[in-house]
Ligand binder design. Structure first.
Ligand code: ADP
Ligand code: NA
Length: 350
């Protein structure tokens, strides 16, 4: 069986928000105590939607600072940015030739991000999941912590691994570099693991504070829709105060929040920040109005986020240190990546 290994990535585009923190980064931190982890700032991915950025390097440092400020240990684990390890692009090309166009066309994120003028979206935006599969499989990672929105891309990663293992099964067996693994009921032999997503908990999908039908996102034009990791206490409180809700008090049962997406979202945020379940939050606040719940949520958010923001500011004042972390992480990542690529080139006959 494959050795357990955690991989995940975050794009250096726009402000990190509470959805990124609760849906992803907090999980990265929790997983590092008992696992080997690789956390990547995926700068190549941020070219898919927009090629010209004027501050990509400072954005990359800022995501790195957020990782470190949240508690990720870059000595025990690997923290680096994708562009330092050229093997990501090499394996992505091979996966472009493994994956089918139809698989990519079905991706809902592509449809959302490309919008109406699909013919004019970059080819990179369509092929994005292929690069994501390369990010993960270059390290033969077994588990990927992500938000709910990444579920479909993770399934595609599994499809790519499976097709590669199948298409080259003879070659992999001849070279004696296959690994036995359990896939559903079957025991199969393959070079790439069939990676499992780690999704779930109360904060797997944090919604916009202004519209309970849209996810909280870096690209939402309304700054009131999201809480940024670097927002100060007053801004956090203001955004929570202005968050859309309804006039009813909080119920005692989670079922009763089904048709109240904005209310359920705030309960989920509280649960994520406090490390509670939504049920536990409701049992604490049942019958309370938002005039009571919102200030409690604002206090909690400030208590949890402001130490991260101030540590990020401290780290950002020393870009040389952040670059050294990325350089060291990149060197360690590259060594693993090159070992995989030697095998892959061998399997393919390149
Ligand atoms: P974004 O989706 O904000 O552009 P990324 O694509 O870089 O940011 O996502 C980084 C991580 O944050 C991914 O694991 C993603 O699933 C997670 N994530 C993004 N938005 C949310 C959200 N609203 N709720 C929960 N997790 C999210
Ligand atoms: Na995303």
């Amino acid at each position: 069986a494959f050795k357990p290994l955690i991989f995940s990535g975050v794009q250096p585009t726009g402000n990190l928000h509470l959805g990124n923190y609760l849906g992803a980064i907090r999980k990265f931190v929790a997983l590092q105590d008992t696992n080997e982890c690789i956390y990547c700032v995926v700068d190549l991915h941020s070219l898919t939607a927009q090629l010209v950025h004027n501050d990509l390097q400072s954005q990359t440092r800022s995501i790195t600072a957020a990782f470190l400020a949240s508690g990720i240990d870059p000595k025990k684990h690997i923290v680096f940015n994708q562009a330092r390890v050229l093997q990501h692009a090499e394996l992505a090309w091979i996966f472009n030739c493994v994956a089918r166009i139809g698989w990519m066309n079905r991706m809902t994120q592509f449809k959302d991000k490309a919008g109406k003028d699909r013919e004019n979206a970059s080819l990179g935006l369509l092929a994005y999941p292929s690069l994501m599969a390369a990010d993960i499989l270059l390290y033969r990672a077994t588990h990927v912590p992500v938000g709910e929105d990444q579920k479909q891309h993770l399934e595609l990663t599994r499809d790519i691994a499976q097709k590669f293992n199948n298409d080259f099964s003879t070659r992999i067996a001849d070279l004696g570099i296959g690994v036995e693994m359990q896939v559903g009921e079957e025991t199969v032999n393959g070079y790439f693991p069939i990676t499992e997503p780690i999704i779930g908990g109360p904060a797997a999908r944090i919604m916009s504070l202004r519209d309970g039908s849209k996810k909280m996102s870096k690209s939402d034009p309304s700054d009131l829709s999201r809480i940024n990791l670097t927002d100060d206490a007053d801004t956090i409180s203001k955004k929570i105060r202005k968050a859309k809700t309804d006039p009813a008090p909080l119920p005692s049962e989670l079922d009763e929040l089904k048709d109240r997406p904005e209310a359920e979202n705030l309960v989920g945020i509280y649960a994520g920040l406090a490390d509670m379940t939504k049920e536990e939050v409701l049992s604490q606040f049942a019958g309370q109005q938002f005039s009571v719940f919102k200030p409690a949520l604002a206090d909690l958010a400030v208590e949890k986020l402001s130490p991260i923001a101030s540590e990020m500011r401290r780290l950002m004042a020393d870009p040389g240190h952040i670059d050294a972390v990325l350089r060291d992480g990149g060197d360690r990542a590259r060594a693993i990546a090159e070992t995989t690529m030697k095998d892959v080139r061998n399997i393919i006959g390149l």
